[in-house]
Design a protein around this ligand. Structure first.
Ligand code: MN
Length: 338
């Protein structure tokens, strides 16, 4: 059977999930492929909305991870997003569970099937769980999103953040190329210890990313606003005078610690649509009184797009001309459910 791994593109959990699938391929699927055969399996990074819009063609040998369930039967599916919860019992080789990260969930499945656990693997699992489920402490946030005096003695969380920085540049073609290259070269125990990967110097990408975060924060400071009634930070990128840097998605909660929620909106001119991101304050998840993944789905459907996500974070698209209505709708929902 011809396999492909289709995963969430330009996402550290998407990358880690594909990594775990390759690392434990024979254990997960009861196959006897050689290392080279496993390395040669192509990896495709796609966005959830591309699956929802029917833009991805699937074949029976496909392995789909950290993404919505494809409409046709494939070889293996695994996801952890609330909005992809299956309505009925799943067929063999299909896995869904609420978990901090899809990669962590896949590691659990591999361990159940007899993979050997070790400290390094569990360390990696912890790091990807923190990253994908936004479980950072303030200290960890500062370690990973702000410039450091030294880049020696890195924590596992910093290391995995650095790997993610390699495919989070502003050049999409470069991102895809790096993503594919990392997943079709020698694997190692985990991405944290993989010699071949560390020779590519992720620290270089990370230092550039930290500078880009800083430029972005300075620019966003000119228009980011706090809506007291809805307890929500609104970052409407249509108000930006320039477009600079790389988004630091948790900045709102550092700047407005009193906030319960955050909404960001960006218009994609060529496609006449607006991308919405909604989240709950990661330092105060107990403040989250609205199922945000469900809200994103509702807003997407109501305003001409699509959406989904987890309980405390989600995203989606609406028609560009409906953007103001969509923001108003979201803020009203937050005001109601205080
Ligand atoms: Mn994920």
């Amino acid at each position: 059977m011809k396999h492909r791994i289709i995963t969430h593109g330009n996402c550290t959990d998407g990358y880690s999930s594909a990594f775990v699938v390759k690392r434990f391929f024979n254990i997960l699927f009861g196959t006897k492929l050689t290392n080279q055969e496993i390395l040669d399996i192509p990896v495709l990074g796609v966005q959830p909305q591309d699956i929802q819009a029917g833009k991805v063609q699937f074949s029976p040998g496909d392995i789909v991870v950290d993404l919505p369930r494809p409409p046709t039967k494939i070889f293996f599916w695994c996801d952890h997003h609330l909005t992809t919860k299956p309505a009925k019992e799943l067929p063999e080789n299909y896995h869904w569970k609420i978990a901090p990260s899809c990669a962590g969930f896949l590691i659990d499945i591999a361990l159940e099937k007899g993979a050997k656990s070790n400290a390094e693997l569990l360390d990696f699992k912890r790091a990807i769980d923190v990253i994908d489920n936004a479980e950072y402490s303030k200290k960890e946030m500062k370690d990973c999103f702000y410039k450091q005096k030294s880049y020696q003695n890195l924590t596992s969380l910093q290391k995995l953040t650095m790997v993610g920085a390699m495919f989070s540049t502003r050049d999409r073609v470069l991102n895809d190329e790096i993503f594919r290259t990392l997943l079709t070269s020698e694997l190692g125990e985990t991405p944290l210890s993989n010699q071949a990967l560390w020779q590519l110097n992720p620290a270089l990408f990370h230092r550039a990313q930290l500078e880009s975060f800083e430029q972005w924060r300075k620019n966003v400071d000119t228009y980011i606003a706090y809506n007291t009634e809805a307890k929500c930070v609104v970052q409407d990128d249509r108000l930006a005078k320039i477009n600079i840097g790389v988004p630091d998605r948790f900045y709102s909660y550092m700047k407005f610690p009193e906030a319960s929620y955050h909404v960001n909106l960006r218009v994609i001119e060529e496609e006449k649509k607006a991308r919405l991101g909604i989240g709950c304050n990661i330092f105060h998840k107990e403040r989250c009184k609205v199922n945000i993944g469900a809200l994103c789905k509702e807003v997407g459907e109501r305003f001409g797009g699509s959406g989904g996500g987890h309980f405390a974070v989600g995203g989606g698209f609406v028609k560009a001309e409906k953007a103001d209505e969509a923001i108003k709708f979201i803020l009203e929902r937050f005001k109601e459910k205080k």
